[in-house]
Design a protein around this ligand. Structure first.
Ligand SMILES: Cc1ncc(COP(=O)(O)O)c(C=O)c1O
Length: 344
């Protein structure tokens, strides 16, 4: 039995034996010099899955978002993004600090933005105003509990973006979760944006890596921005091999994570001293509010072998992933019930 049931994030997974073998056996080159065949294979595979012309392996989702914003903007341009998006809240102010763009925020409802609000916010550059160059959408939406933005919403925002000449970057860190939960192909989501990034390190079991996909010209520009950010890697075929392995073996099983999150959520809904919106539990994340300070919940759960994160004073996040099986979920359910009665 694992010492911990670690539900802090789907980034805590350990590479499996099969993935480690693929990494050990990878044929590698120097990717900055352009001759790592395994990186090239991953980039081609990712682009094909997304229905885009080209892909670029980058070290992290954060760097991929920074590059995604950089390739569509100039300093002083305006970027419309969700007030609770990862780029807005958790990337250390990178768009402002590194790219000099203006960020204008829209609000979403349960992670779903309003196409009308976005259309209204777009402005044309003038002597006085910055022009809106880019809209950033996040699907699934992390802070809203892994909520899925439906394809129809993407359609409407895409239509506006074409009419108004504004690019769209999709932070699809967990786009495969959105695809499975929404029964929509990732290609359908990717067809409604100019660039899409997805993470290999979230839910798919890789130690690192994201892939940014788009048209060939944009991805060539992205390669230069990656270099400028210090993200050019050498024998990164070792990471790419993990990515290829994950794309082949670890996508369909995300449905298990979603089922386990639903089990956790159903248990939490019955506990005293907490509240949860079951509608928000659509993929592999479970957020709930606590009457007692969230910090006390985290500490008490940790004593029972369950790790989770406090987000704010009274909010807890649990994330299911491939390293937590049904037995782990049962342990977590027992720990949650026991902590709820202790803190009630
Ligand atoms: C929606 C979303 N985008 C981007 C990122 C950033 O990924 P990374 O931690 O690889 O920089 C995360 C990380 O959790 C995320 O949840």
């Amino acid at each position: 039995m694992n010492a911990w049931v670690d539900l802090r994030s789907d980034t805590v997974t350990q590479p499996t034996a099969g993935m480690r073998r693929a990494m050990a056996e990878a044929i590698v080159g120097d990717d900055v010099l352009g001759d790592d065949p395994t990186v090239a294979k991953l980039e081609e595979r990712a682009a094909a899955i997304m229905g885009k012309e080209a892909g670029l392996l980058v070290p992290s989702g954060t760097m991929s978002n920074i590059i995604g914003i950089a390739v569509h903007t100039r300093p002083g341009d305006e970027v419309l993004l969700d007030a609770d998006s990862h780029s807005m809240r958790y990337e250390a102010g990178a768009p402002a600090a590194l790219l000099g763009v203006m960020l204008r925020q829209f609000r979403s409802t349960c992670g779903v933005p309003s196409p009308d609000e976005i259309a209204e916010a777009i402005q044309t550059e003038s002597l006085h105003s910055p022009g809106t160059a880019l809209i950033v959408i996040e699907n699934t939406h992390n802070v809203s509990g892994g909520a899925v933005i439906p394809p129809a919403v993407h359609d409407a925002i895409w239509k506006t973006s074409r009419e108004r000449g504004v690019a769209i970057h999709l932070d699809g860190a967990r786009i495969f979760n959105a695809s499975i939960a929404g029964n929509t192909s990732v290609e359908q989501f990717a067809a409604r944006c100019d660039t899409i990034t997805f993470c290999l390190s979230k839910g798919l079991g890789c130690p690192a890596g994201s892939v940014l996909c788009g048209d060939r010209t944009t991805i060539e520009r992205a390669r230069r921005v990656r270099k400028r950010l210090g993200g050019g890697m050498r024998q990164s075929g070792v990471l790419a091999a993990a990515g290829l392995y994950a794309l082949e073996h670890n996508i369909e099983r995300l449905a298990d994570d979603h089922a386990r999150a639903a089990t956790l959520a159903a248990c939490i809904a019955e506990l005293p001293g907490v509240s949860i919106d079951l509608r928000s539990v659509q993929t592999n994340m479970v957020y709930f509010s606590t009457e007692a300070p969230a910090r006390r919940w985290v500490d008490a759960l940790q004593q029972k072998g369950v790790r989770c994160l406090a987000l704010g004073d009274n909010r807890i996040r649990l994330v299911t992933h491939m390293d937590v099986d049904n037995a782990g979920i049962e342990r977590a359910v027992r720990a949650l019930s026991s902590v709820a009665s202790d803190l009630a």
